[in-house]
Design a protein around this ligand. Structure first.
Ligand code: NAP
Length: 244
């Protein structure tokens, strides 16, 4: 019999057109959820919707723009699950990094996640779930990644605060913290060669000696969506990297 654990649930997944968000959307849809994929590139979202099938729709939104986030949630009557994967990455030494780029990253990866929660929570019934997306840099101390690290730490701290705040309303709040994940479209300011070198070096430091896959992260997201007694948890999906 097909898994229908999430039947009748409406899941909004930002960054749902590719990578971790897409894998999570696929997983939730295969468990019966109606998934709303959110991103900026409508063509990519439409292609993702077609691959997922009947249970999926797309709404084009730039999550760094609060008005667009408001409009997104204005269109929805109820939100049972919110997963916020929209974002990219920014590398660079502290003296060289462009502060406007740092502000842009915060606008998407921090304020985008907070704005989504801000507008989704009023539409969430008891039983609702928020799953934020941070990153392992909060723990491992990754050089040349100060902005992303600050966002990861802020998201994990916000996760615990909101879990305590929203628990009495029956809303669970957790975060997935990916390590190095392959097969995504992640946008960075590194050249292909730099990215390959970074990846090769980093994989050596990961106990499982491989990059993760979007489905590895989707497994964690599915667990957080369905385990009814977990709140305030940050799950590191990192091949053991944060344990080193
Ligand atoms: N891959 C990793 O190793 C890794 C590790 C730790 C954390 N993360 C975090 O995990 C999240 C997902 O990354 P991923 O690796 O799956 O990369 P990805 O495939 O590029 O997914 C990110 C998605 O976010 C969307 N997006 C970016 N900026 C947006 C904006 N302003 N408004 C709306 N949508 C936006 C992109 O679509 P559009 O361009 O169409 O908007 C894209 O579909 C990111 O926040 C990333 O920082 C990734």
């Amino acid at each position: 019999m097909m898994n229908q654990t999430l039947a009748e649930k409406v899941a909004v997944i930002t960054g749902g057109g590719s990578g971790i968000g897409y894998a999570t959307a696929q997983r939730f849809a295969s468990a019966g959820a109606r998934v709303v994929l959110v991103g900026r590139n409508i063509q990519r979202l439409d292609e993702a919707v077609q691959r997922i099938g009947n249970n999926a729709t797309a709404i084009s939104t730039d999550v760094s723009d609060e008005q667009q986030v408001k409009q997104l949630f204005d269109q929805l009557k109820q939100v049972d699950l919110l997963v916020t994967c929209a974002g990219g990455a920014l590398f660079g030494s502290v003296e060289a990094i462009g502060l406007p780029l740092v502000r842009e990253l915060f606008a998407t990866r921090f304020f985008g996640q907070l704005a989504a929660a801000h507008y989704a929570v009023p539409k969430m019934p008891s039983g609702g779930v928020i799953i934020f997306c941070s990153g392992v840099a909060d723990i491992v101390g990754l050089p040349f990644f100060s902005a992303g690290t600050a966002i990861d730490g802020a998201i994990n701290a916000m996760t615990r605060s909101l879990a305590v705040e929203l628990g009495p309303r029956g809303i669970r709040v957790n975060a997935i913290s990916p390590g190095l994940i392959d097969d995504t479209n992640i946008q960075t300011n590194m050249s292909r060669e730099q990215l390959e070198e970074f990846t090769d070096t980093t994989v050596q430091a990961i106990p499982l000696k491989r990059m993760g896959r979007p489905n590895d992260v989707a497994d964690a997201a599915y667990f957080l969506a369905t385990c009814q007694y977990v709140s305030g948890l940050v799950i590191e999906v990192d091949g053991g990297w944060s344990a080193t």
